[in-house]
Design a protein around this ligand. Structure first.
Ligand code: RB5
Length: 144
């Protein structure tokens, strides 16, 4: 079972709470790194915390939600070893796992409805990296 670290800012708080409940109902081992209210806060801090937990392999995957998902993805991708993918549809939820082996999913709480966000999360968590040579080569090049 994958260990998942999740976090949001205020704009992603409501959706984050729904995704946490959704994943807990599937018995995922999930740790919520906040934020814990709709009070305004900076997405940067939780993005760094969650990304570092994934980069050091304490958690297998990270999920980050802000208003658009953009700030979270920019910030998380500054951490070595992180491949954060901003996803707002089912096609890219699957493609970024198959092709990029993304280890952090970012979503926009002001963009996605609850059902689509849950479906994206499930697809992203359950799709295994293709391990095809060309994709492996490209993923390795991200780090070099
Ligand atoms: C907060 O207003 C908003 O800027 C933030 O949640 C995020 O969308 C930034 O990329």
């Amino acid at each position: 079972m994958k260990k998942i670290a999740i976090g949001s800012d205020h704009a992603g708080f409501e959706l984050k709470e729904k995704i946490v409940a959704h994943l807990k109902s599937q018995q995922y081992d999930i740790k919520d790194f906040g934020t814990n209210s709709p009070e305004s806060c900076d997405y940067n801090d939780v993005a760094k915390t969650v990304a570092q937990q994934v980069a050091n392999h304490t958690y297998d995957r990270g999920i980050l939600i802000c208003g658009t998902g953009i700030g979270m993805s920019i910030q998380a991708n500054k951490i070595d070893g992180i491949r954060a993918a901003l996803v707002h549809d089912m096609f890219t939820a699957k493609a970024t796992r198959l092709h990029n082996d993304s280890n952090v999913l970012t979503m926009g709480g002001r963009i996605l409805g609850e059902d689509l966000a849950k479906a994206i999360t499930d697809t992203w968590l359950n799709t295994v990296f293709s391990n095809e040579a060309r994709h492996l080569r490209r993923v390795k090049k991200i780090e070099s």
